[in-house]
Design a protein around this ligand. Structure first.
Ligand SMILES: [Zn+2]
Length: 74
């Protein structure tokens, strides 16, 4: 699965990445993409994933691959 990425030393699927940021299970997640930005905490590479926490909501999450930093476009 080429879509998987290493985040904080663990291989994650798009769905797992979305759940890491959301803090609970999500309904659906799109593919992981490279975000054109660096982590404000450690300068590491930031990746993004679009996901649906519920039927009516679509959120884009940003997550550092090196540390615990994350944010969403909510
Ligand atoms: Zn970081």
């Amino acid at each position: 699965m080429a879509d998987n990425r290493v985040v904080e030393g663990r291989m994650v699927t798009p769905r797992k990445l979305a759940e890491l940021v959301e803090g609970e299970s999500v309904m659906d997640a799109e593919g992981i993409e490279d975000a054109d930005r660096d982590c404000p905490e450690c300068g590491g590479d930031v990746i993004s994933v679009g996901y649906m926490p519920s039927v009516t909501e679509f959120v884009t999450a940003y997550k550092c691959q090196e540390c615990a930093w994350s944010e969403t476009d909510r």
